[in-house]
Structures are given as C-alpha cells and as structure tokens.
Ligand binder design. Structure first.
Ligand code: AMP
Length: 417
C-alpha cells in the first residue's frame, strides 16, 4: 500500500518551494529593514514552557499539542514562549535593553484540518522585547503592514483593540461571566465549556446564537481605566496613516493567556472561514511568568499558508523559477563525459546549465531543453569538441551563431545575465 503524508500536512513541490523561498527572502528583507534580527530555537521544547505561558485552559494546551516522551517534550505550537525562553536563558537583556527579534519556522498543532488550517504550518513573526512604550506597539503594526503590503496584498483589514491590564480584565471577566451565566443553557457547547474555564474566548465565537446573546453583554472598553484609554488613543493617532484599514473592535481578544493591552489581527475576506492572516499583541507579563524580571514586550505571528492563499486570491504575481541559461545536448557516447567537464567549468563561472544524463537522442534532448525553458542550446558532437567550436542557438527565435572556445561562450552568456 502506498504511504501518504499525515493528515494536516503538505508537501511543497519544487515549483511551490521556489515561491515559498521567494516569499521568505522578501519577508527577511523587510525584517532586516526594520532592524529585527533572526532567532532560531529548537523544534521541541519542554512541555512546561507552553503550559505555563499559553495557559492550561487554551485549546492549544488542552487538546492540540504534540507531546511525547512521557509528557516531557512538545513540538512547538507557537514561537513567542520559545523566544522569551531563549531571551532569558541567553541573558539577551545584557546585550541591549531592547531586543527586536524575528523568526520563520514550522509550528505543530493537532487541529481539525481544513482550508487554511494545518497540523504542521509555517509562521513568521516578530517580538520586540523590552519596551512598554506605545511606539513599540506602533512599530510592530507598521512592520506587519509593510510585509503584507510589500508582498502585494491589498485586501486586508486591521482589527485593533486593547484588552487592558490583568486587573481591569479580571473585573470585566467577572461581569461577563455573571451575564452569560443567565444564558448558559442556550450557549453553544464550545461556549458552555469556555464559560467556566476561559470566558474571554467566548467573545471569539462564530455561533449565531452566541453572537445574539453577546449583543447585550458587558463591553470590555467600559472596564478600562483612563490611562489605558489614553494609551490606546495615542496608538491610534500614531497609526493614523493606516486609519483606512484599521477597525477598532472591542470584541477582539486573543486566544493566549499572556496578552495584555494592545491586541490586533490582520484579516481578509478572500480566503474563507480561516480569515486571520496574522495576529499579535502586547504580552507584558510573560517574561516574568517565565522567571525573568519585569519585561514588557509585543509581537505578532503570521501564517505563511494563508498569506499564500491570499496572494493567489488577489492574483499577485510571484516570480517563477530562474531559467536555465544553457542546455548542452551531446551527440554520441564519448562527448557525454567531455560535456560534463565543460558544464562544470560553466557552472564554476556561475552560469546555470544542464545536460542529459539519460543517454537520449539529440531530438529528445532538444525537447528536454524546451521543457526546461533553456535560453540557449548547443549540440556537442565529437567534431565540435575536437575543434573547440559550437553553434549557440537562442531558443526564443531560433537564431544561431558560431562560437569558438569555451571562454567565448562564457563571456557571451555572462553578458546575457
Ligand atoms: P496564533 O499563533 O494562533 O495567534 O496564529 C497566528 C497566525 O498563524 C494566524 O493568524 C494564522 O495565520 C496562522 N495559523 C494559526 N494556526 C494555524 C494552523 N493550524 N494552520 C495554518 N495557519 C495557522
């Protein structure tokens, strides 16, 4: 029986992998431009790291983690906790008071797969660690926007909210719980479960009946004190050039426990139900929770697959694989070894070239060159090799010219680049 890939995973064939790498390189350039530096951490971490940071009551920790070795290790479901763990463990706070870090890496969650939702998926994201200032929040949102815009996306909105301090939120949660308790029999099963364990998450519901009940529920904004509100207004005014995209949405709460004050999500209506391209926010309590001193921080994480889906939906062109400059067909048996010698010399000069390794006829080698979209072709037989000459054929118009000596070929093709 043929073995297939596990559910919720995917392959990237060479054409797709080329485009993924293009996107990654573009994203890296934007991060670099904003002076964010790359951080890499292990694929698996101590399970306690995620339990302690993301929170035991979240979907991720309660049911989606790939945990092994008697519960000791877990494949990383997200990167914020590993980055903060690494920041503390490597005492990066000693190097500079503000660390601006980015990552591009695969994540693992045992979710129910659907369009835009995988069990192994790729995220890129950034963490700005050390500043409580609202300008750091603004930089993070400008950065996320610069990446999506730079990639060519137009059709997205920025949902923005503040969820206040932990103290403000806990008063709100009590009020929300009290209100929803009166409707507990009518809530969806998911929301019923969350009512006890994680009531804030009920605000994320998509269930129409839940949404109707929520219409008259207490609103978080009413529980925020003046200083939180002033900070949020300040953020909005710094972000004024994005104001067309920004939608303040008091229902935007994030799934993880560690978020405080600013939260945001970039959403699009072009890719179906899983419409969040990226999500982020401030998490001033996380580093302390993991054993460091007080360390304010803010970050975001974006889903690569969803961005690819959105690029496709908006018909954004992504460059295709680079073409082969020269295909050398060999005519006859002995030239094949000589062709490989020649090709090595061309490659050493940085010229992308290919030849036949299957001993095919010249006709089918020409077909091969065509299929690969080679820009030029030469056919080398014994005579050509002995005389060190070749006829260089331009595939776009069939134009040919005689060239003598490898050096001349190299010079000619290098000028073509
Ligand atoms: P989160 O880490 O849950 O805040 O998610 C951040 C972003 O990662 C989301 O906005 C999605 O774009 C992406 N994402 C999260 N979970 C998945 C998944 N299972 N499959 C694909 N993308 C995901």
């Amino acid at each position: 029986m043929q073995i297939q890939k596990p559910k919720g995973t995917y392959d990237l064939t060479p054409k797709e992998a080329f485009q993924r790498t293009y996107l990654e390189n573009f994203i890296r350039k934007v991060f670099d431009n904003y002076n964010y530096r790359e951080i890499r951490t292990p694929t698996f971490e101590n399970t306690k790291l995620f339990k302690r940071s993301i929170g035991e009551e979240t979907d991720i920790v309660s049911k989606e983690m790939y945990t092994f070795n008697d519960d000791e290790f877990t494949l990383k479901p997200e990167m914020t906790a590993p980055v903060i763990r690494a920041y503390i463990e490597n005492r990066m706070f000693n190097d500079a008071p503000l660390q601006k870090l980015y990552y591009i890496s695969n994540m693992y969650r045992r979710e129910r797969p659907q369009a835009g939702r995988y069990r192994e998926f790729s995220q890129f994201g950034a963490e700005s660690i050390g500043s409580a200032d609202v300008t750091a929040d603004a930089e993070m949102i400008f950065l996320a926007d610069a990446i999506l815009k730079g990639l060519g996306l137009k059709n997205y909105k920025i949902r923005l909210n503040t969820i206040g301090t932990i103290a403000e939120r806990s008063v709100f949660i009590d009020a929300l719980k009290a209100y929803l308790s009166d409707f507990s029999a009518e809530l969806s099963n998911d929301s019923k479960r969350r009512l006890e364990k994680n009531p804030l998450r009920i605000l994320d519901t998509k269930d129409p009946k839940d949404l109707r009940i929520l219409e008259n529920a207490p609103v978080l904004t009413d529980f925020l004190n003046d200083s939180t509100k002033v900070q949020f207004e300040k953020l909005l005014s710094i972000l004024k050039e994005l104001s067309d995209r920004i939608h303040v949405d008091s229902r935007l709460v994030r799934g993880f426990d560690y978020y405080t004050s600013t939260t945001f999500e970039f959403v699009t209506d072009t890719i179906g139900a899983q419409n969040a391209l990226l999500g982020g926010g401030r998490y001033d309590m996380l580093a302390e929770q993991l054993g460091a001193g007080q360390t304010p921080a803010i970050g975001f994480a974006a889903g690569m697959e969803r961005i690819e889906m959105a690029l496709k939906a908006e018909s954004v062109d992504i460059p295709k694989e680079t073409e082969i400059m020269l295909y050398i067909c060999s005519a006859g048996e002995s030239p094949r070894e000589r062709v490989l010698e020649i090709i090595n010399k061309l490659r050493a000069e940085g010229i992308k070239c290919e030849t036949d390794f299957l001993g095919r006829s010249v006709k089918s080698q020409m077909k091969d060159a065509n299929r690969m979209n080679a820009k030029y072709v030469i056919v080398l037989g014994e005579d050509e090799i002995n005389n060190d000459t070749a006829e260089l054929k331009r595939m776009s118009d069939g134009n040919t010219q005689k060239i003598s000596g490898l050096k001349q070929i190299i010079n000619y093709l290098k000028n073509e680049d």
